[in-house]
Design a binder for this molecule. Structure first.
Ligand SMILES: [Zn+2]
Length: 314
């Protein structure tokens, strides 16, 4: 019997748009329909990542194509449901469908225009991260050495994110940007795919202060399988990832932690966790190490509860 698993971040749609790879059938995707089913994944956030190096207009074009692939191919089968409300999530669980959610990863294409954000909301997008690693018109990403915060444009857009009650994703944001987002909104916040800086010092990982804040305000944090963010040695595996989970549990984060794989986006997969079909091996190892109760929270319940807090009811 598979344990249900939630994954808050995979770049499936980007990979599909770039390579023409199909979601169903024999597919090279790390998180293909078949692999997600074997892995027991019952909720998947489909990231809308586009290359931030392209013009904003080209980025918007690619993002719309990714949204089309989601509706035209991924949810065209009865196996996946497009979920934008809590009721839709519950219904998907009842009928055994994978709950598919959409979230922007890098919002350079918006050029700070709340109208585009409202259109994306109507297309079912429920989460947004303002940057990828570098700066755009909204904010600095976590790899910008100057560590700037939100621009005026970013602040205007954040106000609309709050009004719509989208979740903010701080995974790629600069430290200053994270601080500002935390002070400017009381709305739902997650770091969809990031680890602990205390365990492995990398700008993509979160400081203990931020993790504590996510705990206090009942946000959410998805541990990421990208080897570069897990450990310094060349071949990290899931036990290296567990050091990050140990740390979050020590900080009191047992209600806010889960996983955001970064499948189809990461460049250095963890040994033994090369694609979504390995989620059940991970689940078994989590049960062995932390016991059934914590495992159920980390694998599934925490993300479900976050969605309950973040999504509109209907
Ligand atoms: Zn990412």
């Amino acid at each position: 019997m598979n344990l249900p698993v939630a994954d808050a971040h995979a770049d499936i749609l980007w990979k599909m748009e770039q390579s023409g790879e199909e979601f169903y059938g024999t597919s090279a995707l790390q998180a293909s329909a078949q692999r997600l089913a074997v892995g027991g994944v019952k909720a998947q956030v489909f990231a809308l990542y586009v290359s931030p190096l392209e013009s904003p207009e080209a980025q918007l074009h690619h993002m719309l194509k990714e949204i089309d692939l989601f509706y035209h191919q991924v949810v065209a089968s009865s196996k996946v449901a497009a979920v934008g409300t809590w009721n839709e999530f519950v219904k998907a669980q009842q009928v055994g469908q994978l709950a598919g959610l959409l979230s922007v990863e890098g919002a350079g294409c918006l050029q700070g225009d709340p109208a585009i954000l409202r259109i994306l909301w109507r297309l079912g997008v429920r989460g947004i991260g303002f940057t990828w690693n570098l700066a755009n018109g909204l904010a600095d990403g976590c790899m910008e050495p100057r560590n700037g915060g939100l621009t005026t444009m970013g602040r205007v857009l954040l106000a609309e994110v709050v009004r719509l009650s989208m979740w903010m994703d701080i995974a790629h944001l600069s430290d200053t940007g994270v601080k500002e987002v935390l002070s400017l909104t009381a709305g739902p916040i997650m770091a969809s795919h990031a680890n602990c800086r205390q365990i492995h010092s990398h700008p993509r990982n979160l400081t203990d202060d931020v993790i504590r804040e996510l705990i206090v305000r009942k946000g959410w944090l998805g541990l990421v399988f990208e080897g570069n963010f897990v450990a310094a040695h060349p071949q990290p595996d899931m036990y290296d990832l567990f050091r990050h989970l140990d740390h979050i549990l020590e900080l009191g984060g047992d209600d806010i932690v889960g996983f955001g794989s970064d499948f189809d986006g990461a460049s250095h997969p963890l040994k033994g966790l090369e694609d979504a079909s390995a989620f059940q091996q991970l689940a078994v190892a989590v049960v062995d190490r932390y016991g059934k109760e914590i495992a159920a929270k980390v694998l599934w319940n925490n993300f479900r509860e976050f969605l309950h807090r973040a999504l509109p009811d209907h």
